[in-house]
Design a protein around this ligand. Structure first.
Ligand SMILES: NC(=O)c1ccc[n+]([C@@H]2O[C@H](COP(=O)([O-])OP(=O)(O)OC[C@H]3O[C@@H](n4cnc5c(N)ncnc54)[C@H](O)[C@@H]3O)[C@@H](O)[C@H]2O)c1
Ligand SMILES: [Fe+2]
Length: 390
């Protein structure tokens, strides 16, 4: 069977220019040219930097006549110093754009480097609050080509980068409309080697994006349509990609669903992310895994507000049309993917509940939850999620 019949090839401008299909990494030089980049800094994480796919990307760029540089000094939950060091490498190599290749951590760091390299104000001044993004000099933002190697965050089509501020141990969402990559290469072959636990955790992040965006109360039928189909692709493909890592069709659908989640969540996210960010900041836990653990507790807490929507999703997913059926499906999927049931299993201690709840209530994503929750609500939710009370 040909690769095209397993994983179709297509060109999309939705919301950005996406070159989707197996083997399309080889189009990297054309993608850079289309983005106006001649001498890119390739930003990736230290693990990926050792893998053949990054070496191949650098070779392709060098063969096309560019002077590519490599920056791979970044953490899984990237911190401001990673962005600062990347900016120094960008300037030292006289680069004119970024190729961000990897999971959300590398994509976000690469996007933040290209954004911040020409700005005069500190990174935190561009947090996703009100119109703070208008403080930025938009013409100084350098272009980015994004190449996801996980199917989760959807950062390749997003307008934000999540960076941890070590001074206050908080994850900041840095936002600018022009932070969105100019071109995306969505090549499912790059995700075939993602180990099962990471396939599960990143795939559950994609589910959290589609699910929270769909439940977010603002009016955005375009995003709602995308989120629904994103959830269907995840239901069909995530267990398959987890069991059979080399299943190209399943990997391709998961890449689509991840981009769809990030496209949809410009509508808003909710308490899953508002809880996950502080846990990630204080415990350095994986973002998608943390989302997956807290997901059923948040769904149950939001039940009254989302019952009708969950019923609609359940019908679309081919489940019995009810809130219970959705909750049962999420719980069964978590079991199948060997996701822990409690935050205690991620090391989260009861003693930190006041701090976690305060951070969650202040997280910008709390505003998108139906309805925004209070400090007392989050204290109760964290207690439930730590002790497994559903
Ligand atoms: N910008 C956004 O909109 C957005 C949304 C959600 C999450 N995030 C952020 O993204 C980050 C999480 O990203 P992630 O879940 O993709 O994980 P990640 O980028 O932290 O990567 C996790 C691990 O997977 C490895 N890996 C990546 N691709 C691989 C492959 N193909 N084969 C083998 N190993 C591979 C990496 O080397 C790393 O060790 C967090 O910092 C989170 O806050 C951003
Ligand atoms: Fe997320």
């Amino acid at each position: 069977m040909s690769q095209a019949s397993l994983c179709p090839t297509a060109n999309w401008s939705y919301p950005t220019s996406v070159r989707f299909g197996a083997g399309r990494l080889q189009e990297l030089p054309e993608a850079c040219a289309a983005a106006g980049i001649r001498h890119p800094l390739l930003v990736t994480d230290p693990g990926l930097a050792e893998l053949p796919m990054v070496k191949r990307a650098l070779e392709l760029l060098a063969r096309a006549g560019g002077k590519p540089g490599l920056f791979a000094d970044l953490k899984p939950n990237p911190i401001a110093r990673n962005v600062e060091d990347g900016i120094a490498a960008f300037r030292a190599g006289d680069h004119d754009g970024v190729v961000a290749m990897g999971g959300g951590s590398a994509l976000d760091t690469g996007k933040a480097i290209a954004f911040q390299v020409g700005q005069k104000r500190p990174l935190w001044d561009f947090e996703d609050l009100g119109d703070w993004w208008t403080r930025a000099d938009a013409d100084a933002i350098r272009p980015v080509v994004a190449i996801p190697t996980t199917a989760g965050t959807g950062s390749e089509v997003g307008r934000a980068a999540v960076i941890l501020n070590e001074a206050d141990q908080r994850k900041y969402i840095i936002f600018h409309p022009r932070m969105m990559p100019k071109v995306v290469i969505s090549d499912a072959e790059l995700t075939l080697g993602l180990p099962p636990p990471l396939t599960a955790a990143t795939g559950m992040d994609a589910l959290a994006h589609n699910l929270e965006a769909y439940c977010s109360p603002s009016y955005h039928p375009l995003a709602d349509g995308i989120a629904l189909e994103g959830m269907r692709l995840i239901k069909e493909s995530l267990p398959l990609a987890y069991r059979e890592g080399t299943n190209l069709a399943a990997r391709g659908h998961m890449l689509s669903a991840a981009s769809m989640g990030a496209t949809a969540f410009q509508k808003g996210l909710g308490a899953i992310h508002a809880m996950s960010h502080p846990v990630g900041a204080l415990y350095d836990s994986h973002h998608g895994l943390t989302n997956a653990v807290v997901m059923p507790y948040v769904l149950k807490r939001n039940r009254r507000a989302i019952e009708e929507k969950m019923t609609r999703v359940a019908r679309y997913l081919g489940l019995e049309g009810s809130f219970e059926a959705m909750l049962e499906w999420v719980l069964a999927l978590r079991r199948e993917l060997k996701i822990p049931h409690t935050l205690a299993e991620l090391g989260v201690a009861r003693a930190r509940i006041p701090e976690l709840a305060r951070m969650a209530v202040e997280d910008p994503n709390n505003g998108g939850n139906p309805p925004p929750l209070s400090l007392a609500d989050y204290e109760a939710l964290f207690a439930d999620a730590i002790e497994g009370r559903l």
